[in-house]
Design a protein around this ligand. Structure first.
Ligand SMILES: C[S@@+](CC[C@H](N)C(=O)[O-])C[C@H]1O[C@@H](n2cnc3c(N)ncnc32)[C@H](O)[C@@H]1O
Length: 366
């Protein structure tokens, strides 16, 4: 059976987005915002680790591989041997191997979802048998459970900073529910990065999403693997530039996401980032990113190995058109912290990192 997106809000299936009875999020409406933050955390916490077989059977397996390729390219472009890395919204640690290949020197991962942090811990330790870990990771690490768009991470990580790289993959849009949270996200990144340090990330491309909304007949659109639905409060399909926060929609991606998300108008993101001394290096929609970096032999080879487009030999399986459409919903960005790198500064305070992380080592912050 083909899975489509809902066109009727009266559909009562569990995966159909509920019609919100709540009004537009006023800035500072703490409880309203907290409710959605909790919903996002619960959603990701409940997603258990998949076996290799389950993963390969996923209807979006090639999209997952493509996204891994995009993240790997970003890591290879910017990570240097010995770098200290801050992974905001690290999830289950899906990028640990990428950082290991880049031979980083220290890793701190933070996520709001307790279940994901626990999965990340077992993955880092190499304990979970469904992760094909053969050897230990070569860098010490720390894991923190908390809301990185609410907590003052500069205080929590005062002894670990500065970081050379901050990464926030497929997660920054969860900060855009209020201006205060968006600012906290950028303030945290800016405070923890060294001058000249790099902020890499991926997030939904607001231009594409709004364009698709305007092309849709109703308030929902999608294909066999995803749907997006906006509440009727946005029925004019116009978004005031004076209210760029709290533009919520419900996102469903088969076998991956089913929770509220927020539009991040990129021009506002860029301007706000500048206020925090973070300058744009580049932004590219995922389609453009793929076209550009697939011209380079080393990344063609990486794509072959990851298998998003088949392996070029026996494996003819490739991304479906519907998965490719989902890729178009995202962009990749790189920002750089203003200032000159201090080459004399050596970070010697990384003794908080462990080569084996026990449950007690996980720090919970509020
Ligand atoms: C789509 S997943 C991406 C995970 C990981 N970055 C990756 O690329 O595999 C989004 C992640 O953002 C996390 N997240 C959402 N809101 C957060 C918040 N306020 N603070 C920390 N993590 C958050 C979720 O728990 C989830 O793990």
């Amino acid at each position: 059976m083909k899975r489509g997106y809902p066109d009727s809000p009266s559909n009562s299936s569990g995966s159909v987005p509920p019609k919100s009875r709540l009004k537009y999020t006023p800035e500072g409406d703490q409880h309203f915002s907290e409710d959605f933050v909790q919903r996002v955390a619960d959603h990701y916490s409940a997603r258990t680790n998949q076996t290799l077989e389950e993963r390969e059977a996923s209807p979006i397996i090639h999209l997952k591989k493509l996204n891994n390729w995009i993240k790997s390219v970003l890591v290879q472009l910017y990570a240097r041997r010995g770098d200290a890395v801050l992974d905001l919204a690290c999830g289950k640690g899906g990028d640990l191997i990428k950082w290991d290949k880049a031979k980083i020197g220290y890793y701190v991962g933070i996520d709001i979802a307790e279940g994901s942090i626990e999965d990340c811990r077992t993955r880092y330790n190499g304990d979970a048998d469904h992760h094909q870990r053969r050897k230990k990771f070569t860098f010490p690490a720390r894991l923190i459970c908390g809301d990185c768009y609410e907590v003052r991470l500069d205080k929590v990580l005062a002894d670990d900073a500065p970081f050379d790289i901050c990464s926030c993959q497929f997660a920054l849009h969860y900060s855009w529910s209020t201006e205060a949270r968006a600012r906290r996200a950028l303030a945290n990144v800016s405070a923890l990065l060294r001058p000249g340090g790099t902020f890499i990330g991926t997030m939904p491309d607001a231009n594409v999403i709004v364009k698709k909304l305007r092309q849709a007949e109703g308030m929902a659109f999608g294909n066999t693997v995803y749907w997006i639905r906006f509440d009727d409060e946005f029925s004019e399909k116009k978004f005031k530039s004076s209210s760029p926060f709290g533009i919520k929609y419900k996102f469903h991606l088969e076998d991956a996401v089913d929770c509220p998300e927020w539009i991040v108008p990129f021009n506002v993101f860029k301007a706000l980032a500048e206020e925090y001394d973070l300058e744009l290096v580049f932004v590219k929609n995922s389609h453009e990113f793929v076209h550009e970096y697939l011209k380079k032999p080393e990344y063609i080879d990486l794509m072959r190995r990851l298998g998003a487009l088949g392996d070029g030999n026996q494996d003819q399986s490739t991304l479906s058109p519907d998965e490719w459409e989902v890729a178009y919903l995202y962009l990749a960005f790189v920002l750089r912290k203003r200032g000159q790198p201090d080459r004399t500064q050596v970070n010697s305070k990384r003794d908080k990192g462990k080569m084996h992380i026990s449950k007690e080592d996980i720090m919970y912050v509020q």
